[in-house]
Design a binder for this molecule. Structure first.
Ligand SMILES: [Zn+2]
Length: 554
């Protein structure tokens, strides 16, 4: 899972009839032991946290390719191999730390260095950047006709830097909100702005405290490089972004017609939409960057469908293989401190799920009717880059990809009895998923943590953006899930931390159950007479697949 920019029926599966994929073999279709073995290899210290472009990730890719070959799957990468090489541009901070200076409104000029009370984004296309501009507060910075939102109404932001609140208005449907929140740069670009700086709301600062955000201060920025040799950017006219902590936020609001406190109080109310206005201050942002190119593979395999007609349609099962590598050492670290982010749950567990599903599908007496593409993606933690690259450079025509199931960070720490299916409300995948998991005694629940914007934080979102109905299951809040999720994502949690390793109390039987759930969903998508369809007038279907056939919303 990418960082933002995620019935008391325990043991029910033992009673529910298992899916038999082995035609009478005693070998279970979904094995807790095999699941554990896969995770154990991928999360070993030897792989050094599988960072994109690292030898550890390359070893993981070779391992997954070997497992695909063992299952008799066909290579679907470059030139008859299982690997699809993706060129990535890595942008690092330059020699001089970035600087933010605020002036105007009778203030004494104040400056902050990167990683103190400001985090300045990197621009890979401008190695030395020095921008000074007027500031316009634009509320949450969201504009969407269908939802009746336009934070830019009546504001002139041309050539200016916009100031947005982080997050989105309370009460919006969570997946739409996550999408709107993730596309603020594009909206700012559409309105003519040249930069975007963000400030916290009370809720966003609680969800992601500044100390935690500072953890990404020395991280490089990545984008994939296209055939034109350019680093891909959906909002290239937004030349600079920055995230501001309290003292800087207070400084830019000096002399403003409303106080930040009043704006924040309104922002946290349900439906609260603070209105924008021109600020009386200016900001200057200086930033230097260095770029280099790295190559890292997606691993792609194909299981041809059994139906002579339907085999030309494809269901993509994706899960990211990369993780975040090794933490840099910091002054004062105790000797021997564990710095390897093993990523056992994020996302060795998702890849293990994929391999269990692939094994069950490849060895089933009745093979799936449609073809299945298995994609172990790279660069997910860097911004869903491998999946974005694949969805824009697929090994089969994108129009022939009828659906995507994404596997990311299943929290296998308790016997889950419910799941959240991100994306399921927008297409016929909703009823497909619900019917598929019901025989396991698993129930579908609404998103219990909308503030985490999980819908846009994993690879399936990149398929949605290419018009493909997609779904991504997270284990739910019931039966101990709430406490487990809060602990995992919380300040002392294992999420994106060296503690996400094999020393966690992982319930491997849940890995087998999670594999079975996703196998059932994949089969339902692959075997039905009709392909998954977006619902008529759906938010995402209308944006990304305007001409596709639609199903009436039940
Ligand atoms: Zn992650």
């Amino acid at each position: 899972m990418k960082s933002p920019a995620l019935a008391a029926l325990a043991g029910m599966s033992l009673l529910a009839s298992p899916v038999t994929a082995q035609g009478g073999s005693a070998d279970p279709a979904f094995s807790a032991d095999r699941f554990k073995a896969t995770v154990g290899f991928l999360a070993d210290d030897l792989l050094e946290g599988r960072d994109t472009g690292s030898p550890g990730h390359a070893i993981a890719a070779a391992y997954v390719a070997s497992r695909f070959a063992e299952l008799g799957l066909k290579p679907a990468g470059d030139n008859g191999s299982f690997l699809q090489q993706v060129t990535l541009q890595q942008t690092d901070p330059g020699a001089n730390p970035a600087m933010v200076t605020v002036s105007g409104s009778g203030l004494a000029e104040q400056s902050w260095k990167h990683a103190t009370d400001v985090l300045v984004g990197l621009n890979g296309n401008e190695p030395k950047l020095d921008i000074s501009a007027a500031l316009v507060f634009v509320g949450y910075g969201i504009a969407n006709k269908r939802l009746g939102l336009n934070d830019y109404a009546g504001l002139d932001v041309k050539g200016k830097i916009v100031v947005t609140l982080r997050g989105f208005p309370k009460g919006l449907p969570s997946e739409e909100a996550a999408h709107l929140s993730a596309t603020k740069r594009q909206v700012a670009q559409d309105h003519g702005a040249i930069g975007l700086v963000s400030i916290g709301t009370i809720l966003s600062m609680k969800t992601r405290p500044w100390e935690r955000m500072l953890g990404s201060a020395d991280k490089p920025d990545f984008s994939w490089v296209g055939a034109d040799g350019k680093a891909f950017d959906e909002a290239p006219k937004i030349r600079i972004t920055a995230t501001l902590n309290e003292p800087v936020a207070q400084a830019i609001f000096a002399g403003a017609p409303q106080t930040l406190a009043a704006i924040r109080a309104l922002a946290d109310k349900t439906g609260g939409k603070p209105k924008g206005f021109a600020l009386k201050t200016r900001i200057r942002i200086q930033s230097e960057s260095l770029t280099r190119r790295v190559t890292s593979p997606n691993v792609v395999a194909l299981l041809p469908g059994s139906d002579p007609m339907l085999k030309n349609e494809y269901v993509v099962l994706s899960g990211h293989l990369d993780h975040i590598g090794i933490n840099s050492s910091r002054p004062g670290d105790p000797p021997g401190k564990d710095r390897i982010n093993n990523g056992a749950l994020d996302n060795a567990a998702g890849v293990a799920t994929m391999l269990e599903v692939a094994r069950a599908a490849a060895s089933a007496a009745d093979r799936p009717r449609r073809s299945i593409i298995f994609l172990a993606s790279t660069g997910e933690e860097k911004g869903l880059l491998g999946a974005d690259y694949y969805a824009r450079h697929p090994s089969v025509p994108i129009g022939a990809i009828v659906g995507n199931v994404d596997l990311d960070m299943p929290l296998l720490l308790y016997p889950f009895t419910d799941v959240t299916a991100f994306g399921a409300d927008h297409s016929t995948l909703g009823p497909i998923v619900s019917q598929a998991v019901t025989p396991m005694g698993v129930k579908l629940s609404p998103d219990p943590m909308p503030q985490e914007s999980i819908f846009v934080r994993s690879d399936h979102y990149m398929f949605v953006k290419q018009g493909v109905p997609a779904v991504f299951l997270a284990t739910g809040f019931a039966n101990g899930g709430e406490a487990a999720w809060e602990k995992f994502l919380g300040p002392k949690g294992a999420y994106h931390h060296p503690d996400d390793d094999m020393n966690q109390t992982i319930d491997w039987q849940q890995g087998a159950r999670f594999s079975e759930a996703n196998y059932r969903i994949m089969r339902a998508m692959a075997d039905a007479d009709t392909v998954p369809l977006w619902y008529a007038k759906d938010f995402f279907g209308d944006i990304f697949a305007p001409r596709a056939a639609k199903a009436p919303r039940p």
